[in-house]
Design a protein around this ligand. Structure first.
Ligand SMILES: [Mg+2]
Length: 348
């Protein structure tokens, strides 16, 4: 089987990215990309082409940008595959949309595994733990090991471990179950999360809201049960507990809760806490290089041997570029609505 491209001319502008992972590390974070700041200059999609015909069993829209080199459409998939040993896949919009598997994914993953490539799945969605994501892959008929999955919920716990966050301190969570489970697995005390989802502030004259002075970090991720109680609690911890960290699993503007439309993403929750604290968060998800550095170390691979596959320029592709990887933009997800059918990759 061969991954090919049927494409009209299109391009991405070069990002002239500095891909070193040792610069711009803001204290106290040991990783790059604090608050998701772009390190490679503006990234935008500029494409103009006529629609190509639908063909093949796995119509995938693909553009490629090799490291810091000028981006271009993928002409030789075999050359790309041969040039790297690991493919990192984003999940939402690349592997699935909502609970629907995207066409051609099983064949593509099988093809890459048959060629001996290591596959890793990275998602900014923090609502599930690695174990829960493993079950989702299984439900969709994909055989993926838990060790191959890196969710931002896991990244939050891994980051706290990386800085030796004191075990006698607590973590306040604005987010869902995935973050709690990963914190538990890492041995950290936590409070908040779903149990605070139905709490309300009932103001009376002189009302004073208590908060736990032992909270040393507030982790904010996507939260369908976000409310004012959580914002106030997290704000009190960050503003009043000396040294309290503000950690964001991601700052995604939108997410794919369903395949019918885009939904307000984790960035909306992070933005609320940023607004009340006036503090920038430490971002552990894409495009911060924390997860890239983590898995490169874990698997003992150099980032130049990695190809990052994603559907978003501002998270996935920037994540790959920040890490010094090759990058591959697929138009099956986030970008799809704006430049649908400009380019096609066919699995035949
Ligand atoms: Mg995505």
């Amino acid at each position: 089987m061969l991954l090919q491209v049927r494409a009209s001319p299109t391009f991405l502008p070069s990002t002239s990215s500095s891909t070193s992972s040792s610069a711009q590390a803001p204290a106290p974070s040991p990783f790059l990309g604090k608050s998701g700041q772009r390190r490679g200059g503006p990234v935008s999609l500029a494409a103009a082409a006529s629609p190509a015909p639908h063909r093949g069993v796995a119509r995938r829209s693909v553009m490629a940008a090799a490291g810091a080199a000028p981006a271009a459409k993928l002409e030789d998939a075999d050359a790309l595959i041969d040039s790297v040993e690991t493919f990192i896949f984003d999940c939402d919009g690349v592997i699935w949309k909502g609970d629907k598997l995207i066409d051609g994914v099983p064949e593509t993953l099988d093809l890459l595994r048959s060629k001996g490539k290591r596959l890793v799945f990275v998602t900014n969605n923090s609502t599930k733990s690695r174990k829960q994501y493993g079950k989702k892959f299984e439900t969709l008929g994909l055989s993926v090991d838990e060790e191959e999955i890196f969710a931002s919920s896991f990244a939050a716990a891994a980051y706290l471990q990386s800085i030796d966050f004191p075990k006698d301190k607590k973590v306040y969570v604005i987010g869902e179950e995935g973050i709690l489970k990963e914190l538990e697995l890492a041995g950290f005390q936590h409070l908040g999360g779903p149990t605070d989802g139905d709490k309300k502030i009932e103001l009376k004259p002189g009302f004073y809201m208590e908060h736990d002075k032992d909270v040393g970090a507030v982790v904010v991720g996507f939260d369908r049960y976000f409310n004012y109680y959580k914002v106030q609690y997290g704000t009190l911890c960050i503003r009043e507990n000396p040294g309290c960290l503000f950690i964001a699993t991601n700052r995604d503007a939108v997410t794919h809760l369903t395949d019918a439309q885009e939904w307000a993403g984790g960035g909306s929750m992070v933005g609320a806490v940023l607004g009340s604290t006036k503090q920038e968060p430490l971002v552990v998800g894409k495009p911060s290089t924390f997860m890239m550095d983590y898995l490169a170390k874990k698997f003992g691979i150099t980032t130049s041997q990695i190809c990052m596959v994603g559907d978003r320029l501002d998270t996935d592709i920037l994540f790959g570029q920040n890490g010094g990887c090759k990058t591959l933009l697929v138009l099956s997800g986030f970008i799809n609505s704006s430049v649908l059918t400009l380019i096609y990759a066919l699995l035949i």
